[in-house]
Design a protein around this ligand. Structure first.
Ligand code: FES
Length: 154
């Protein structure tokens, strides 16, 4: 449950920001305070900063460290932008779908993992990229994917 005190602190924080359109600074504050950024908080930020809601949501999608829910499901995001798919990103996605027994956009039956895609992480030169639980991994290939899975997917 998000408290009134949190909203008051958030409003004060935004009020003291030099650049009210710095969505990353606000989102970092929210993550530090409550650990996720639900829609109601996104709308509050839009209202208090004058930013478009879509701008805030694009930033949330772009940075793997931002979460919009507090569940314990680990999100695995595979980059499907051209820079990564051109280097085998789709093979990585297919391999993960096989290993987890789900397709992109789905969550495993035990709710441990959710597999999603993202158009770009902004690290195209180091692709293929994917993130596991908000941690970004670069230069992923079928061989090191096996190791990543063994380390992170239990
Ligand atoms: S296309 Fe994958 S990081 Fe840009």
């Amino acid at each position: 449950m998000i408290t009134k005190e949190f909203y008051q602190n958030l409003e004060n924080f935004i009020g003291e920001m030099e650049d009210k359109r710095n969505e990353v600074q606000v989102l970092n504050f929210v993550m530090k305070e409550i650990g996720y950024i639900p829609l109601e908080v996104q709308e509050f930020i839009a209202d208090k900063t004058g930013l478009f809601l879509v701008t805030i949501q694009n930033a949330i999608d772009f940075f793997p460290r931002y979460k919009t829910s507090i569940d314990n499901t680990v999100e695995i995001k595979v980059c499907t932008g051209l820079g990564c798919t051109g280097k085998g990103g789709l093979l990585i996605l297919e391999e993960l779908e096989k290993k987890l027994g789900i397709e992109a956009g789905e969550t495993t039956k035990d709710k441990k993992y959710r597999l999603t895609t993202q158009r770009c992480f902004g690290k195209c030169a180091k692709g293929p990229n994917l993130s596991i639980g908000g941690v970004l991994y670069n230069n992923v290939n079928i061989e090191n994917l096996e190791k990543l899975i063994k380390t992170n997917v239990k």
